[in-house]
Write a protein that binds this ligand. Structure first.
Ligand SMILES: [Fe+2]
Length: 349
């Protein structure tokens, strides 16, 4: 039998970034050679552009399923090299993209329309893409799991509804291609996930799922402080290092606190409960996750100092607020309240 080098069906290549366990997908219509990439990773730029050249692909689009927190996209660089248009869900509000899509939109490459399904919950801007019996789910639905819902405006109840009321209504044989898998699996199906997904399958109820998600207690992704701001700007132009004062400590904060002018503010990003056990005198409490609601207020200050317990929440708040346009931030990124207490500095409870 002759080997068919030019298959009649949609050509699909699943590619992996081993550092972050991210899958990138290349889809090509073999008749027209027009194609698109889903969720490409910055570190794999050369691999992906070589593949495009080898296969002779005319790349029309780079589709992102959401603003990733664990890796930086190569979308901006691929656009520079190929002229492809960058696509995000409109709720993601990413700057400098070419097309903001919403639920039900279709994007055409060659003879194939790829359909957009809004699937918020992991982040508020998540979308999945469906074409020809294949569903590219990003982090909304992983193989026997799902993306976390504890930052980037994530919400467990919303994710539950996105998956059970939208994705699980697709035919059981629909193939599920996620943005990650940490166990070496590459593809699943809607039927398998409805039955075996440990968080969402087996007819789980919404309150059971919300409880599971509330108790995950995951560490933050190691690249979040770089990845989220960079990805809000197609991966190339935002440099958080321009703003992040990596070496700023609680001892430095003490110096600033001693002669703090009215134009500067100290913000404690721990929970209200932690704040109540003792905080830097005069600091205000904006718990991690609520910073988005205070942007206008924080803009009024020349300088806003952020701290927490270990520095991790303050760094994340720093990244979140930076992408919302605040560049007056100084972050205590590697220590926090215990260091203040240990130094014997005064506290207010
Ligand atoms: Fe994600």
């Amino acid at each position: 039998m002759a080997i068919q080098f030019n298959p009649p069906n949609l050509l699909v290549r699943q590619l992996m970034d081993r550092d972050t366990w991210t899958y990138t997908y290349l889809l090509v219509d073999p008749k027209t050679q027009q194609g698109l990439l889903i969720d490409p990773v910055r570190e794999q730029l050369d691999r992906d552009t070589s593949l495009l050249r080898e296969l002779g692909v005319e790349l029309l689009y780079v589709l992102e399923t959401h603003v990733h927190a664990d890796h930086v996209t190569s979308a901006g660089m691929i656009r520079q090299q190929t002229g492809a248009r960058i696509v995000y869900g409109e709720a993601a509000q990413v700057k400098a993209i070419d097309l903001a899509v919403k639920d039900g939109d279709k994007i055409r490459f060659g003879d194939y329309p790829i359909r957009v399904l809004a699937t918020p919950g992991h982040t508020n801007g998540c979308v999945s893409y469906y074409v020809d019996g294949m569903l590219f789910t990003g982090d909304a639905l992983l193989i026997h799991g799902c993306g976390r819902t504890d930052f980037q405006q994530g919400d467990a109840a919303t994710l539950f509804r996105s998956v059970t009321e939208k994705l699980f209504t697709l035919p059981d044989e629909t193939m599920v291609y996620p943005a990650h898998d940490y166990n070496g699996r590459t593809v699943s199906s809607i039927g398998e996930e409805k039955r075996w997904n440990t968080r969402l399958g087996g007819n789980k109820q919404e309150h059971e799922f919300v409880q599971i998600m509330q108790n995950l207690n995951l560490d933050l992704p190691k690249k979040i402080n770089e990845a989220v701001p960079a990805n809000m700007d197609t991966g190339i132009s935002f440099d958080p290092k321009r703003y992040l004062h990596e070496e700023f400590s609680m001892i430095d904060l003490h110096q600033a606190w001693q002669s703090l002018p009215h134009s500067e503010l100290i913000v404690d990003t721990r929970t209200a409960e932690e704040f109540g056990t003792g905080h830097v005198p005069g600091a205000v409490n904006i718990p991690f996750g609520e910073e988005d609601e205070h942007v206008d207020e924080l803009k009024k200050y020349n300088k806003v100092y952020l701290y927490c317990r270990s520095g991790r929440r303050a760094q994340t708040v720093f990244a979140d607020l930076s992408i919302l346009g605040l560049h007056n931030l100084v972050c205590v990124g590697h220590s926090g309240m215990p260091e203040w207490a240990q130094a014997g500095f005064p506290q207010e409870a």
